[in-house]
Design a protein around this ligand. Structure first.
Ligand code: ACM
Length: 724
């Protein structure tokens, strides 16, 4: 305590609060402290944890017992991919339950002696837009049946079945029930930006496993941008050789990714972003840029910064550009089987066009008065190339200009209005606005981002043109160690928004199910939880603590568990464009901290519930249990500052967190006091209110690019004790 007091005085600006804090600390109520450790944060009801939740489900009495003898029989006219899916199902359930199934590896040639899981589909599905993914799942105590039109529907049924496996004292079982399920939207995807940070084949395949688990059916790869060109071109090898720092997919690797996706009923959509976001193309081929000098504005270098809108842009007035793109897209259209091809089209600032006299003259001569008109001319030429190669064109909002052919698809990132406008004019459109998972927003925020709210008036034909949506994982702030923690588990909730009925939107229930799904995703390989200790150890490691153990990292862990990284574009703004760049190590505090802090969320919910129930005698027991949970947390955070400060003696990189740690401790102390005052019906003094208000105000400021997420709970409590 003495140490804590000294630190309080040292931290400038906190002095007033610090001295007041000491007064409050001494008046701590010991009665409250004595009832800590009496309850856990949440009582996890043993109910179904499906995500996305099926369209129709009817739960009955009874259990299908899983045993080592449980065996799958595939029937009907399946594609080979259903056998792979069934084998994955067996291995995954085996890993989760420890059951060593007698059935080893299913092939069409096997005869299954006593099957109890029947998977039946009428025809081989096609991994393409709009394919039938519906299925029916019937579970009785004796057998399980999946019935589907296509093997892709059957694979979706297997994903549901995997989520239903649960346990009791007698072992593992699947509850008896009937499911009739189909997706609400046919396009449910994840966009992964492999250009700003590159991700290896294994990491991409891992995402495909995870997407399959939550029934998503599109992986959109953003393959080129100012910072990198990430796919081998045999025709124009200087693209990947000079535009990637050696970090690119070979075509053979890409074929492997496409095959892997196909086995899971997932489409791969390639995106090459043009005409802007294209610096990486011009390292090897400056002649296709819009630079007007003898060197075409070059020599070009890979862009290392983010957030600065760089100028290089494809030259739309040269026929040579289209000859080049004709060859390039032909090569890529042959590689990628999907009918859709994404050409980007976003954020072209047009500066290079404005500075090039030839381009300006061309615009005048051809009645193209604006950069948008010129870009539209470019897009139409690209559309011709893609159409010739039997592809449909898609792009971001910016490609949607008056008069573009109805065959294109618009991906809306700037706002929903553009989405509805596109649909009203007869265009197919996808929603990504509100699904930007790089912006550190809560799962709830994304979950409630309804593509078709009641307030929007669209005819049924127009509504059908909203094909679905994509979570967008832009990669400025992610590398291999933290990628999964930004995608998962939040994307599972987006998957539900796009698969399940619009009325499936209870946030509390979503979070309950998300916890279970998070574990399932771990089993499928996601590193969103398991990498945290690795990152924490790295932050704490020093010559004095060469291999930090759990207790060494605990004070840091306690603190970061209630922090979230600043949201939206704030981190880049705080950092400035010079430092906001490709090689910034993503191993520091805001990287280790994860979006949507589970601990803080539970704490806020517990506080709300406690304040609502504390005067209700019929809920006295539950309310006491909630209070005990609150106290246990507050005590932990209050006492965490001293060991945290001790860590700073060796862990330099944590210094920026010192004030957060202190403020968390102080917030916890005033909260303990407030609980005590409530308990004893003692009204808050004017001095207490003033101090608490100042403290909250100060604690709300971001530090180390992170924010303390229990503050709303402290505010609720302060209001209650102030009689508001
Ligand atoms: C985008 O976020 N520029 C599509």
């Amino acid at each position: 305590m003495l140490f804590l007091r000294l630190k309080l005085v040292i931290l400038c600006g906190c002095c007033l609060l610090a001295s007041a804090f000491n007064v409050i600390a001494q008046s701590k109520n010991s009665k409250i402290a004595s009832i800590e450790n009496q309850a856990s944060l949440s009582s996890t009801a043993q109910t179904l944890a499906l995500m996305p939740f099926p369209a129709e489900l009817s739960l009955k009495e009874g259990k299908f017992r899983l045993a080592t003898s449980s065996a799958i029989q595939i029937q009907g006219n399946p594609h080979q991919r259903l056998y792979s899916a069934a084998n994955r199902f067996l291995r995954s359930v085996g890993n989760n339950t420890g059951l060593h199934f007698g059935q080893k590896h299913l092939t069409p040639q096997d005869t299954v002696l006593l099957p109890s899981i029947f998977v039946n589909c009428k025809r081989a599905g096609k991994v393409e837009f709009g394919e039938n993914e519906s299925y029916a799942l019937t579970i009785t105590p004796e057998k399980i049946t999946i019935q589907a039109e296509t093997d892709i529907g059957a694979i979706r049924g297997l994903s549901t079945l995997a989520q239903l496996v649960t346990s009791d004292a007698d072992g593992y079982y699947i509850p008896v029930l009937v499911v009739n399920d189909k997706p609400r939207f046919p396009w449910r995807g994840l966009m992964l930006d492999v250009a700003r940070h590159f991700f290896s084949v294994d990491i991409v395949k891992r995402q495909l496993d995870l997407l399959e688990a939550v029934k998503m059916n599109v992986l959109h790869l953003h393959l080129s941008d100012d910072q990198g060109f990430r796919l081998e071109s045999k025709l124009f090898p200087k693209l990947h050789e000079m535009g990637s720092d050696g970090q690119y997919f070979t075509q053979e690797e890409m074929r492997g990714i496409i095959r892997y996706a196909d086995e899971r009923g997932i489409r791969i959509i390639p995106e090459f972003d043009l005409p802007g976001h294209s610096t990486s193309w011009f390292i090897g081929y400056p002649e296709f840029s819009s630079g007007s000098t003898a060197t075409f504005g070059g020599p070009y270098k890979l862009e290392r910064r983010f957030g600065a809108r760089t100028n290089p842009v494809m030259n739309p007035i040269k026929e040579e550009t289209y000859t080049f793109l004709d060859g390039f897209f032909k090569e890529m259209c042959e590689l990628f089987p999907d009918e859709y091809f994404h050409i980007g089209g976003d954020e072209n600032n047009g500066r290079q066009w404005a500075a090039n006299p030839d381009i300006q003259a061309y615009m005048k001569a051809n009645n193209l008065p604006t950069k948008e008109a010129l870009q539209n001319y470019f897009n139409k030429r690209l559309l011709g190339i893609l159409t010739k190669n039997n592809k449909k064109m898609m792009g971001w909002d910016e490609i949607f200009v008056e008069g573009v052919p109805k065959s294109i698809m618009i991906q809306s990132w700037q706002g929903k209005e553009a989405l509805y406008k596109a649909a009203r004019q007869g265009y197919t459109a996808l929603l990504s606005h509100g699904y930007y998972i790089d912006l550190n927003q809560s799962t709830e925020f994304h979950y409630l981002n309804e593509p078709l709210p009641d307030s929007v008036k669209l005819s049924s034909v127009e509504a059908k043109l909203i094909a679905g949506g994509e979570a967008t994982m832009w990669s400025e702030w992610v590398d291999k160690d933290i990628l999964d923690s930004r995608i998962w588990p939040r994307t599972a909730a987006i998957a539900e928004r796009l698969w399940s009925k619009s009325g499936q939107n209870n946030v509390v229930d979503m979070y309950r199910r998300l916890d279970a799904i998070s574990m399932l995703l771990e089993e499928k390989g996601s590193t969103h939880e398991r990498n945290v200790p690795v990152l924490l150890r790295r932050l704490v490691q020093s010559p004095q603590i060469p291999f930090p153990n759990e207790s060494d990292v605990k004070p840091l862990q306690n603190l970061i568990e209630v922090l979230e990284t600043v949201k939206e574009y704030k981190r880049g703004q705080l950092l400035g464009t010079q430092n906001y760049s490709t090689f910034l190590p993503l191993t520091s505090i805001p990287d280790v901290v994860r979006p949507d802090s589970r601990t803080a969320r539970h704490f806020r919910a517990t506080m709300k519930r406690y304040l609502q129930t504390r005067t209700n005698p019929t809920l006295a027991e539950a309310s006491e249990a909630d209070k005990a949970v609150l106290i246990r947390h507050l005590q932990l955070w209050k006492d965490n500052h001293t060991p945290f400060v001790r860590l700073l003696e060796t862990a330099q990189r944590l210094r920026d967190l010192e004030e957060h740690s202190l403020l968390l401790s102080m917030l916890s102390q005033v909260s303990l006091d407030a609980l005590s005052m409530l308990e004893n019906n003692i009204p808050a003094t004017a001095q207490w209110k003033e101090i608490t208000m100042l403290l909250i105000l100060r604690a709300k400021q971001p530090r180390a690019f992170t924010e303390i997420m229990i503050i709303p709970a402290v505010e609720d409590l302060a209001k209650a004790v102030s009689g508001k």
